[in-house]
Design a protein around this ligand. Structure first.
Ligand SMILES: [Zn+2]
Length: 170
């Protein structure tokens, strides 16, 4: 397998996403088909890079199908449930997270409930809200009050957000 030029893959995908005419391709399925076709027709990417780009597009398409509850469902053989994602099963992801509920706690019921609620609405396996104990965090930076909003927008971790808020109240 040749090495993948990730910057070029990302740039090509961004270009294709920008070129997607939402009046012509007016639903997520048409948009995905157009973008997939454009990747395959691209002359700058290698075969492996095209596969990489299509895998990324498929993951985003899966997320959109679940987010908008729109698309053809399939029965996933492991759980026999109908799922929308094609590269994973959203029910299996959520069921796995549920089995882990007793293995972690923030020490605060409200925060635990919120994290659990977020996990039960997870769209994709690489984008999961989770509790991270403070001593597992690295490269912690002190933030001023003005940085809290920026900070919470960029970092998805609940504990990061809470630590940012707690620090600013001290
Ligand atoms: Zn499943």
């Amino acid at each position: 397998m040749s090495s993948i030029r990730n910057d070029l893959v990302r740039a090509t995908m961004n270009k294709i996403i920008m070129l997607t005419d939402h009046y012509i391709h007016n639903d997520i399925h048409k948009q995905f088909k157009f973008q997939q076709k454009s990747i395959l027709a691209d002359k700058s990417l290698t075969k492996d890079e095209k596969n990489e780009a299509i895998n990324s597009l498929t993951t985003e398409y899966d997320r959109d199908k679940i987010l908008f509850n729109d698309g053809k469902k399939r029965v996933f053989e492991n759980c026999k449930q109908e799922c929308l994602a094609t590269s994973y099963c959203e029910h299996c992801v959520r069921n796995y997270l549920k089995t882990q509920f007793s293995n972690w706690t923030s020490g605060n019921n409200d925060i635990d409930d919120l994290v659990q609620k977020c996990q039960m609405e997870t769209y994709m396996p690489n984008n999961i809200v989770e509790w991270i104990p403070y001593n597992n965090l690295q490269n912690i930076e002190y933030l001023t009050k003005a940085d809290v909003l920026k900070f919470t927008r960029h970092i998805g971790s609940m504990e990061d957000m809470m630590n940012g808020i707690l620090k600013n109240n001290n």
